[in-house]
Write a protein that binds this ligand. Sequence first.
Ligand code: NDP
Ligand code: PYR
Ligand code: MG
Length: 413
Amino acid sequence: MSDFREQALHYHSHPVPGKISIELTKPAETVQDLALAYSPGVAEPVREIAADPANAYKYTGKGNMVAVITNGTAILGLGNLGPLASKPVMEGKALLFKRFAGLDSIDIEVKHNTTEDFINTVANIADTFGGINLEDIKAPECFEIEKALIERCSIPVFHDDQHGTAIVTAAGMINALEVQGKDIEDAIIVCLGAGAAAVACMELLIKCGALREHIYMLDRKGVIHTRRDDLNEYKQLFANNTDKRTLQDVIADADVFVGVSGPNLLAPEDLKLMADKPVVFACSNPDPEISPELAHSARNDLIMATGRSDYPNQVNNVLCFPFIFRGALDVRASKINDEMKIAAVDAIRSIAKEPVPVEVLKAAGVDKLEFGPEYIIPKPMDPRLLPRIAKAVAQAAIDSGVARIDMPENYMA
Ligand SMILES: NC(=O)C1=CN([C@@H]2O[C@H](COP(=O)(O)OP(=O)(O)OC[C@H]3O[C@@H](n4cnc5c(N)ncnc54)[C@H](OP(=O)(O)O)[C@@H]3O)[C@@H](O)[C@H]2O)C=CC1
Ligand SMILES: CC(=O)C(=O)O
Ligand SMILES: [Mg+2]
């Protein structure tokens, strides 16, 4: 067994199996405590909530609780390995919610037959939570699932692999293009992958100024073009009227490569075909489309990012989901809309341009981090992410009319 594999398995199994547990927030020692916590005292909040469901926020943990829900059909870049095998990833997301945003989070792995079955299961338990983070559900089913749940649930439902990834990708991409001296409006963009992350990343880049006709998207069969008759409705939106058919055809002279597909799919020879000063986001987890070592050995004018913690420029949805949910829940937003997503993009981008706190340098194990090719996006352990993103998102929720309460007093001061 390799050292790292051994360490990872040991981490997950010791001192107790798994990464999360539940803690009590109230005393439960004496007869009096138990009389309040359970029978008869518990009947009082029951009556209050029955009279007004909003009281669930006052008397239960609902308002600080996010469910991480999956069916295990697209576990990282490992594929469809089923609900149970996805549990370590979902517990990992719950760990990150708690560590970075103080949100309680529980993982739920759903076995189901039909898409409708999954939607009904989640919709029927939704009221238990303040928000629902859908995770690692493959395309195209993820699009229908998210849409149906947003319609049926009165709490924020957010497919992290779509929108969390898109927000962080957009923030990193705009910063990287700025460092390379390029405009997003002019950039020729190649997106390898045409699933949940790919479609959402490209749609958000378009909202940020990229031109749809400058985007070449590829799936397992190659370039998505207008003469293909095997495209689902989501891929069709990216069908390009072109004779180009292969990755090599489209990557020649491209400014940007975004990989949200699978491991080791971009060769150094492909990278050499790109325009001067390219931006390469190889975001597949755990193994990127090309390793930073290979990419940097192929050329020295690129900006490189991966989804991993152990290289510079981690473009990973962890920079978004804990904080966007924090802001959304704290003003009891009914949904997470485009205004809130763009607010998160801007907040993430701006932090990367400011001096980095010493504690972040220490945690990253480096002496210096300065906005530039090796630092286009903040580190996940940056303490500024929570107040800045959560506040920007909460404000955007209020301004766009989806908040159900005012900004809490001195919020994130
Ligand atoms: N860094 C980050 O924050 C994140 C990274 N990701 C990564 O993105 C990847 C995709 O995740 P997600 O979108 O949720 O999964 P989906 O299953 O929804 O989509 C996967 C897409 O990748 C395409 N693909 C797979 N293998 C190849 C290949 N050999 N050549 C071309 N295209 C290929 C599939 O093509 P087809 O349609 O033909 O099947 C599909 O379009 C994963 O590796 C995941 O780890 C995802 C979310 C966040
Ligand atoms: C990071 C993440 O959500 C993924 O790779 O699926
Ligand atoms: Mg994921």
